[in-house]
Design a binder for this molecule. Structure first.
Ligand code: PAZ
Length: 333
């Protein structure tokens, strides 16, 4: 498989690749949710989370995927809720979700800490193992309180096409909040896709030797987000690299190219304890969008010590820093 590709603009992408079937329903839920949050005078953040798939057939048997479990997004959503934000949690189906993430079936299966109390065998009761009770109570209390206050809306995508359509629609709905909306794009989105027009209808057959697939490039939708879909929203994108030498230059390039507020850079193997916030240097007032003025960036490294404090989550510090910056952004109006 090689990656020589045609470039789609956002416009030509949406004109040729159809929307997911449930889009209208999701959009109407978002509209209601946003109206409720405006009434309650809350800031809203859109958190995207998890990986996107790239189907290879219309009747899909095979697809490309990526590593993301949705830990960053699910964890961040909890800290945003704790900070008083309403959260639209747009995640890959079956990836981690806020609150339930603590009891993932593979790392901490909840059946393992439930006990059957046999005091009366005709009416057995279930209880939680003593050493797990305090943590469960804390998570459950936060979960119930979020549900009671109606501050979390969960949306689902699977393919990169679902993701792009949903992102555009949700961003447009959220744009009515202007500066009070934040967009936190932590999903791991494929850079390549196979347009419907090039897909085989049925399962690709073997027996003809090696498989060659030419994929097209996914449009750079961050540009459309900044220029068209959001109005003055605070946009935070993530940049993932595996070569540490590329992280800072690529993060600078993204900020230069799209002109949004923050790029959070992370290295695949260090992402749980180290990230870098890249933003424009406010003192220089460089205008990256025209390319006319010198653009200089501030790189702010954020690290935690997991040896000293293994239960610390870096998302707690990421969200606290973003909330502070977003407050300033709202004031600048
Ligand atoms: O989902 P996860 O916690 O395993 O990984 C998070 C992440 C590395 C996908 C995220 O922090 C990120 O960098 N997202 C953007 C990836 C990119 O498209 O560059």
């Amino acid at each position: 498989m090689h990656s020589e590709s045609t470039s789609f603009s956002a416009e030509s992408y949406f004109a040729t690749q159809g929307p997911p079937p449930n889009l209208e329903h999701e959009v109407s839920a978002v509209r209601t949710f946003v109206a409720q949050q405006i009434q309650q005078n809350r800031n809203v953040v859109l958190v995207t989370s998890g990986g996107t798939t790239v189907p290879l057939e219309l009747n899909v048997v095979r697809f490309l995927d990526n590593f993301s479990a949705g830990t960053r997004g699910a964890t961040s959503a909890e800290y945003f809720l704790k900070a008083g934000y309403a959260v639209i949690f747009m995640h890959r189906q079956f990836s981690l979700q806020p609150f339930s993430r603590h009891y993932s079936h593979s790392t901490n299966p909840f059946l393992d800490f439930l006990e059957i109390d046999q005091v009366d065998s005709s009416d057995p009761q279930i209880s939680v193992t003593a050493d797990k009770r305090a943590h469960l109570l804390e998570v459950l209390t936060a979960y119930k309180s979020v549900h009671a206050s109606g501050t979390l809306l969960t949306l689902t995508f699977i393919t990169v096409n679902d993701y792009l359509w949903l992102l555009r629609a949700v961003s447009q709905e959220l744009s009515v909040m202007r500066r009070r909306a934040m967009y936190y794009l932590a999903a791991a989105v494929s850079d390549f896709f196979l347009p419907r027009q090039k897909m085989s209808e049925h399962k690709i057959q073997s027996g003809k030797g090696s498989l060659h697939i030419e994929m097209d490039q996914v449009p750079k939708i961050l540009k459309s987000m900044v220029d068209e879909w959001t109005h003055d929203g605070f946009i935070v994108s993530f940049k993932l690299e595996t070569d540490p030498l590329l992280l800072i230059p690529k993060a600078h390039a993204a900020l230069e190219r799209y002109g949004h507020q923050v790029v959070i850079g992370n290295d695949l193997h260090r992402r749980k304890f180290e990230v870098v916030f890249v933003s424009r240097n406010p003192q220089l007032n460089g205008d990256a969008s025209t390319g006319s003025a010198p653009s200089t960036f501030v790189d702010h490294w954020l690290r935690i010590d997991l040896i000293r404090d293994p239960s610390k989550e870096i998302e707690e510090d990421i969200i606290s820093e973003l909330v502070r910056r977003h407050e300033e952004w709202v004031k600048q109006k």
